[in-house]
Design a protein around this ligand. Structure first.
Ligand SMILES: Nc1ncnc2c1ncn2[C@@H]1O[C@H](COP(=O)(O)OP(=O)(O)OP(=O)(O)O)[C@@H](O)[C@H]1O
Ligand SMILES: [Mg+2]
Length: 296
């Protein structure tokens, strides 16, 4: 079931088009990452989905409802980029306030704080929290109710590596229950394994979208092959791979994705001379740089 539909979404500020006919569907349980340079239009797209600002063209539907309508708002959770809180109130007070706003029992506050690892700081003023702790208050707020759609603008900014993993584990749980997730991030390596699909924006235009496998197959970037010869066997290995660069302990070269099996066969044929090998496919970082260069 489709939870979010964007069709030819366009937004202009003055004479500048900051979103240009962007189309995107997100199904229940799908986690979609929005990528793009600073100013690409990610936060603008999210604010349009929330109904906080209005589009100049195109259509948005949240489970069939208009963005910003009472039903759409009740179905949607949002974490704004750089969410700010009043420093004088405690984490628990802030959560109770949000729970009341969303018509939910305030007794959920402690459970939510526990979920984002803030149980021990619940009664401390937010002014004394670290950056990552403030970010977690925002995350706890976004978990209120049973949102069908979560819109998270740079949710992992400020989180340490362990907290990032915990955050994505939380998202996995929500997605498994059918929540659709749209999130933005500049931390590409963490998105590879933890989202189902990526959408890349550049200057308001959608320049690529798909799974990591789709992006890889579109870009057809070469793989890097590294072979570690057994002691004193480097010359034999180098002879078999004349295209390779030879270092003291390894032999390395690149190959096109469709040559992968043929290369593997050549490696296997040399197995008596080889201690180990490594095949490195393009990462999301590589793909993102490639797509950005192509667009530029
Ligand atoms: N209220 C506004 N008035 C004029 N221009 C705006 C306004 N809000 C956003 N913009 C412009 O729209 C473009 C997209 O901004 P947006 O905040 O969506 O980028 P972003 O992709 O979220 O970037 P970042 O990664 O830095 O958060 C930018 O050029 C920005 O200057
Ligand atoms: Mg932004």
């Amino acid at each position: 079931m489709t939870i979010l539909t964007l069709s030819k979404l366009t937004k202009r500020y003055g004479g500048t088009t900051v979103l240009d006919e962007v189309s995107l569907d997100i199904a229940a349980g799908e986690r979609v990452a929005l990528l793009g340079h600073n100013g690409a239009g990610k936060s603008t797209l999210m604010k349009l989905v929330l109904g906080l600002i209005h589009a100049d063209g195109g259509r948005i539907e949240v489970a069939g409802h208009a963005p910003g309508s009472a039903v759409a708002r009740s179905l949607t959770a949002y974490l704004a980029e750089n969410a700010a809180f009043h420093p004088a109130i405690t984490g628990r007070e802030q959560l109770c306030y949000y729970l009341r706003l969303r018509g939910q029992p305030v007794k959920q506050a402690d459970e939510l704080l526990e979920k984002v690892g803030l149980a021990d700081a619940a009664t401390r003023r937010i002014g004394t929290y670290s950056k990552g702790m403030r970010q977690r208050v925002g995350l706890a707020q976004a978990l209120i109710g049973n949102p069908r759609l979560m819109v998270l603008d740079e949710p992992t900014s400020g989180l340490d590596p362990v907290s990032r993993r915990e955050f994505y584990a939380l998202l996995d749980e929500l997605a498994a229950k059918g929540t659709a997730v749209l999130l933005s991030s500049h931390a590409l390596s963490e998105l590879e394994a933890r989202t189902d699909r990526m959408v890349i924006l550049a200057k308001g235009k959608q320049v690529a979208q798909g799974t990591l496998a789709d992006l890889r197959s579109d870009a057809a970037l070469p793989l890097t092959v590294t072979i570690f010869p057994k002691a004193e066997q480097a010359p034999q290995v180098a002879e078999a791979f004349p295209e390779a660069q030879i270092f003291e302990d390894r032999v390395t070269f690149t190959c096109a994705p469709d040559e992968k099996l043929a290369v593997l066969e050549r490696i296997v044929a040399l197995r008596g001379h080889i201690a180990d090998y490594d095949l490195h496919a393009a990462t999301l970082d590589d793909l993102y740089s490639h797509i950005s260069r192509r667009v530029a």
